[in-house]
Ligand binder design. Sequence first.
Ligand code: PGH
Ligand code: CA
Ligand code: ZN
Length: 292
Amino acid sequence: MQYGAFNVNNMEIIQAIVDAAAEENSPVILQASSSAIKYARINYLRKMVEAATEDTSIPIALHLDHGPDFETCKMCIDNGFTSVMIDGSKYDFEENVALTKKVVDYAHSKGVVVEAELGKLAGVEDEVNVSDKDAMYTDPDQAKEFVERTGCDSLAIAIGTSHGAYKFKGEAKLRFDILAKVKEKLPNTPIVLHGASTVIPELVEMCNKYGADIPGAKGVPDEMLNEASKSGVSKINVDTDLRLAMTAAIRKVFAEEPSAFDPRKYMTPARDLIKQTVQHKIRDVFCSSNKA
Ligand code: PGH
Ligand code: CA
Ligand code: ZN
C-alpha cells in the first residue's frame, strides 16, 4: 500500500484533498512545510485539519514536511501533529544522525512518528537550495546504519527526483536500482519519495494558455510512480501538481471573466480542480484507493 502525502496551506486545498480521499475511501496524509505553517499559522492549520477529521470518517494524518530543526519539530509535536519530518539532509552524516536522534527521542516520548532524510534532492526545497551538481543519491549501506542509529520510523531517499516543476532536462530517469538495494537492507522501513509530482502536462498547458509563463516543465511520469509504488515506496509527496491545478483554474476564470471579483468565483473551480487531481492520483497512480 502506498499513500499520497499532499501539501496544504489553506482551507480550499485541505477541503479538496480530504474530499478526494473520502470519495476514494483512502486514508490520506496532509503535510505542511515550515513556510506553510508561517503562512497559514499553526492554530489555523490544526483546527482546519481537526474540522476535516470531524467531517469525514477516513483516517487523516497531519505531518510536518521538511522540518528544518528540532524546535520546529517540537512545536508541531506539541500542537497535535501526528508525525514530523526532520530534514537533516543538508548536514553531514554524523550531524544528521545526531539531529534526527534528538527529534526521534522527543517525538517517540509523545507518541509521534518521525520521517528522516538521507541523500540530497536537486532543486529548491523550502529554504534549502541544492544545485544539480551537489545532488547526492542515497547510499543503501549508510541508509541502514542511519535508521539503526536514529530509530526513525520512515526514510526519505534521493533516487533522482527533485522539488518543483523542472525535474528533468532530458528524459525522466529514476534510480530504481538504488531503491531496490535500500529495500533489501531495510525491508521493514517505509520509504518516502519526495519531489514526486507528475507536473501534469494538461495543467501546465492550461496555465500557459491563460497567461502563465512556465515553459519546459517536466515531472515524474505516472508509470514511474506506479513502479515506485510496486518497488516499496510507501509515501509519495505531492505539492507542485496541486499548485499547478489551483493556478490553472484561477487563471482561466481571470482570463474568461475579467469582471469577476468575488473570490468564491475563482476559488470554487480551483478547489474542484485540485480535488480532481488528487482523486486521479489516489485512484489511478497510487495503490491506496479502497474503492471497489
Ligand atoms: C515534496 C513535493 N514535498 O515535500 O516533496 O514535491 O514539488 O514534486 O510536488 P513536488
Ligand atoms: Ca532535504
Ligand atoms: Zn519534499
